[in-house]
Design a protein around this ligand. Sequence first.
Ligand code: NAD
Ligand code: AHE
Ligand code: ZN
Ligand code: ZN
Length: 369
Amino acid sequence: MKCRAAVAWEPKKPLVIEEIEVEKPREGEVLLRVVASGVCHTDAFTLSGDDPEGAFPCILGHEGGCIVEECGPGVKNLKPGDHVIPLYIPECGECEYCHSTKSNLCQSIASTVWTGYMPDHTRRFTCKGQPIYHYMGCSTFSEYTVVPEIALAKINPAAPLDKVCLLGCGVTTGIGAVLNTAKVEPGSTVAVFGLGGIGLSCIQGAVMAKAGRIIAIDINPGKWAMAQALGATDFVNPKDVNGSISEYIKEITNGGVDYSFECIGNVHVMRDALECTHMGWGVSTVIGVAGAGQEISTRPFNLVVGRTWKGSAFGGVKGRTELPGYVERYMSGEIELDSMVTHTMPLDDINRAFDLMHSGESIRSVIIF
Ligand code: NAD
Ligand code: AHE
Ligand code: ZN
Ligand code: ZN
């Protein structure tokens, strides 16, 4: 079939709205009509050219709210009309990661998901006769996309897809990192570095975990109002701090925070986030994604004295099993999504979503198809 999509022809260049060809779904695959898609910083990261796995030309987008259009042969549990959220981390239910309660990192199709192919090592998109790479197994910046059944969470059809699309990445990642990865306890002191869609969702998670004090840190003071509305208790602008931000956080927290989260993708901030945690028990979770060649460092002593450095992908959430429950928690008012959608726009204006992200004006832009 033919449809419209935003094609990333090469790094660092604006997306181009093109007519593309989408092939029929093959064995175990599902053709989806994309109703809405959030724009995550990771899309911008890959478009920047810093992603070692970025393959061009591609169709970006991985925060989708979709409706099943057609099922390929062998699809067992979905039918046309079902509402689904695509998962960049699938859940096959059979691999050792799916069997483990310690990880959500299903590896069944990882080698193709992260290199831009479908599981059978072929692609379903072409534009002007040229094959186009998939992105994170989702490619939701297209009116239609093809995703394997094992990478689709079937959700309540009553849920508004233009809001719950944010559960396909940002909000689930932040909440899950707090509840599943760090396992924040009631009364804890928490520091969140970076107040975009991910950091604000960490604040939501910290409130759910009944943290006592939640310190919100961003170089853009415009992010404070939303952080406060979601439950942050303190705000720090690193630009206003003389000297080391980690020393400053330790000073105002009587020795350091119990838990910190890096939600930026800056390796220097990752170090600060570790070093501002309390000696003996502090846990720092890396969520931000950093470019090719970048590495984190700290004095080993900072770990010797009882700090823990962790990382979290999609908040440790097993998508097919757990995401439908996240949708229900939004429907019951327990998870906030509406105010996180600060901008909506048609596909034609998608480059504006990237501009708004880079200028710090948006939390999440949602493309409405
Ligand atoms: P965003 O652009 O919406 O927000 C980033 C925030 O960080 C902005 O508010 C910005 O002002 C702030 N910031 C930038 N530099 C800073 C500094 N030096 N100190 C303090 N604040 C600073 O991004 P987002 O969509 O929230 O994504 C955040 C990061 O998380 C990105 O690296 C993204 O790729 C990554 N991410 C990871 C996962 C995962 O599963 N691990 C999932 C989603 C996103
Ligand atoms: N391609 C990058 C890594 C990107 C990355 O870490 N992606 C996260 C999701 S970010 C969502 O916005 C993830 O879940 N990764 C799991 C995995 O297996 O890659 C690089 O550095 O190579
Ligand atoms: Zn994302
Ligand atoms: Zn698996």
